[in-house]
Design a protein around this ligand. Structure first.
Ligand code: PGA
Length: 266
């Protein structure tokens, strides 16, 4: 499996979190189908990643195979390596079970599980220390957007988690901008117009300095191409539309054919 530390920025990151879905059999089927697909369709210029539940992590990794170009991640991890933290899984444990990437600060975790800017900072640091790619999720609420505060809010979330990192460390971080109003069943896809300013802001601060700047929130095969065309967007983070393998493969295929797949420099 590829060493995340050796990954370059010159690719489009196309990934999915399965959230709290899929048991072992379904995870295995998905991973096998994906393994077959990437074997038949070498992923030049595209870096696929999938983020199953903890319970399916090792199975998914195993089914993809050790040499797979597909990275596997976890949806959360604790910053301490071990200890009296009942119910938590550490970055070290996730790595041991095959994770190469750690999703951090998804809005569902911030809203329902008390994730704070400070805990995202600790988790980013732990992921980097163990050589895993932190995928930091940021995004504002509909209310913050209405108040015209989106840019300040997302830049504060990013800075709170990333300030103090060296250039080398920042170069191993992915950022996903996922406006809360665009995510999930009650979300509506952000328009290309709405995304220009946030990505201009993120691009100014982090473009070319990180592994990539992803967009997430109601991504689907119909809007993926336009979203990838936005300046500074170098990847997509997908929920529902990629929970079934054919949906994910359609977006991977589209990304591989996208001009940015060969031209991205971060
Ligand atoms: P969605 O989820 O694609 O189903 O809107 C995105 C996310 O939560 O990352």
């Amino acid at each position: 499996m590829p060493d995340p530390r050796a990954l370059g920025a010159a690719q489009l990151w196309i990934g999915t979190s399965w959230k709290m879905n899929k048991g072992l059999a379904e995870s295995r089927r998905y991973a096998r189908g994906l393994a077959d697909y990437v074997e038949a369709n070498p992923m030049t210029g595209v870096q696929p990643f999938i983020i199953p539940s903890f319970t399916a992590l090792a199975t998914t990794r195993h089914e993809l195979g050790d040499e797979s170009p597909v990275l596997v991640g976890v949806q959360n991890a604790h910053w301490e390596d071990h200890g009296a933290w009942t119910g938590e899984v550490s970055v070290a444990q996730a790595k041991d079970a095959g994770a190469q990437l750690v999703e951090i600060g998804h809005s569902e975790r911030r809203e329902h599980f008390g994730e704070t800017v400070e805990t995202t900072r600790l988790k980013v640091a732990a992921a980097l220390e163990h050589g895993l790619v932190p995928l930091l999720c940021i995004g504002e609420s509909a209310e913050t957007k209405r108040a015209g505060e989106s840019s300040r809010f997302i830049l504060d979330q990013a800075a709170g988690a990333l300030d103090g990192l060296t250039d080398e460390q920042l170069g191993r971080v992915l950022i996903a901008y996922e406006p809360i109003w665009a995510i999930g069943e009650n979300g509506r896809p952000a328009t290309v117009e709405e995304l220009r300013q946030p990505f201009a802001d993120l691009g100014r601060e982090y473009g070319g300095r990180t592994l990539g700047l992803l967009y997430g929130g109601s991504v689907n095969p119909d809007n993926a191409e336009d979203l990838l065309g936005i300046e500074h967007v170098t990847g997509l983070f997908i929920g529902r539309a990629a929970w079934q393998l054919p949906g994910y493969l359609r977006i991977l295929e589209m990304a591989a054919a996208h001009p940015k797949a060969s031209a991205v420099t971060g």
